[in-house]
Write a protein that binds this ligand. Structure first.
Ligand code: RIB
Length: 291
């Protein structure tokens, strides 16, 4: 099994569910509100741990009550939190609105995520790991620093460039594989050709991976969508956790983890290894025309 380090964000997600999104200046009635752990880094770390990887999360929380709310589920998933810094001020916060189709709008206030650093402990963890998984919800110089540390140590660097932003050339050249959705692929089209491996999530159409071995695809896995928040993060976490497997096999498992995450509310509903295996076994038992 792969060992994974995630250097990234953790947020308190306030999730409001409504029938449809309000237009600018409009007020609509919501159905429910809930609070839970989110953040692209923490979601991916939790998904990697649930997928069976020994997982270390390098991040930062504030000195508020939200810190415990977001760390408890990560600890329960056996994510190593010994390199999470406690800073003065607020834990990262995300205002997530989900409509009846499961689509979302998200506003993030970074808070403590702006204080994430790559210290000696983080460097050691990166050097000891098989895979470093990064997103862009912490300051980009920190992302770059982590990627440099990984390259020096021979640790594989996976980057999910989300929220999408222009990438410095040095960072692009340090990345072994990039994981993008269709919009991110369009926005970063000019640099994707320089990255050895590109994994593209295709929403209901599954996922595609290109690399030195060629291209492989994983089909859409129809599920009852409740909330797509964090489905991409679960995909990247599961992909990292299964990095030791052949490209088509890890793509299938990541695809299943992303699909299953969308069947439950909240960003941190990543499935366990057993849940993924049961889901894939059910699908394999179905006649091909139903796939
Ligand atoms: O990708 C989903 C995540 O984006 C949410 O959990 C929210 O915290 C934002 O970081």
């Amino acid at each position: 099994m792969t060992s994974v380090v995630v250097v990234g964000s953790v947020n308190l997600d306030a999730v409001t569910v409504c029938e449809r999104f309000p237009a600018p200046g409009e007020t609509v009635a919501g159905r429910s509100v809930s609070f839970g752990q989110g953040g692209k880094g923490a979601n991916a770390a939790r998904a990697a741990a649930r997928a069976g990887a020994r997982t270390v999360f390098v991040g930062a929380v504030g000195d508020d009550a939200a810190a415990e709310t977001v760390l408890a589920p990560l600890a329960a998933a056996s994510v190593d939190l010994s390199l999470v810094a406690r800073t003065r001020g607020s834990t990262g916060f995300a205002n997530v609105t989900v409509d009846a189709s499961g689509e979302n709008h998200i506003v993030v206030v970074p808070g403590a995520n702006d204080a994430v650093t790559v210290d000696d402990g983080a460097r050691r963890a990166i050097a000891d790991a098989d895979v470093l998984l990064l997103q862009l919800e912490i300051p980009q110089p920190v992302v770059l620093e982590a990627a440099r540390a990984a390259r020096e140590a021979g640790t594989v660097v996976l980057l999910n460039p989300s929220p999408v932003a222009p990438l410095p050339d040095e960072l692009v050249d340090l990345v072994d594989a990039v994981i993008v959705n269709r919009a991110e692929a369009r926005a970063l089209a000019d640099i994707l050709g320089r990255v050895p491996r590109v994994v593209t999530t295709l929403g209901p159409d599954g996922a595609r991976a290109t690399g030195p071995e060629g291209e492989c695809t994983s089909p859409g896995l129809p599920v009852q969508v409740v909330d797509t928040t964090g489905a991409g993060d679960a995909f990247t976490g599961a992909l990292a956790a299964n990095w030791h497997l052949p490209p088509s096999e890890r793509l299938l498992r990541a695809n299943a983890a992303g699909a299953l995450t969308a069947t439950a509310p909240g960003a941190s509903a990543a499935p366990s290894v057993q849940q993924v295996e049961a889901f894939l076994a059910t699908r394999a038992a179905q006649p091909p025309h139903a796939l």
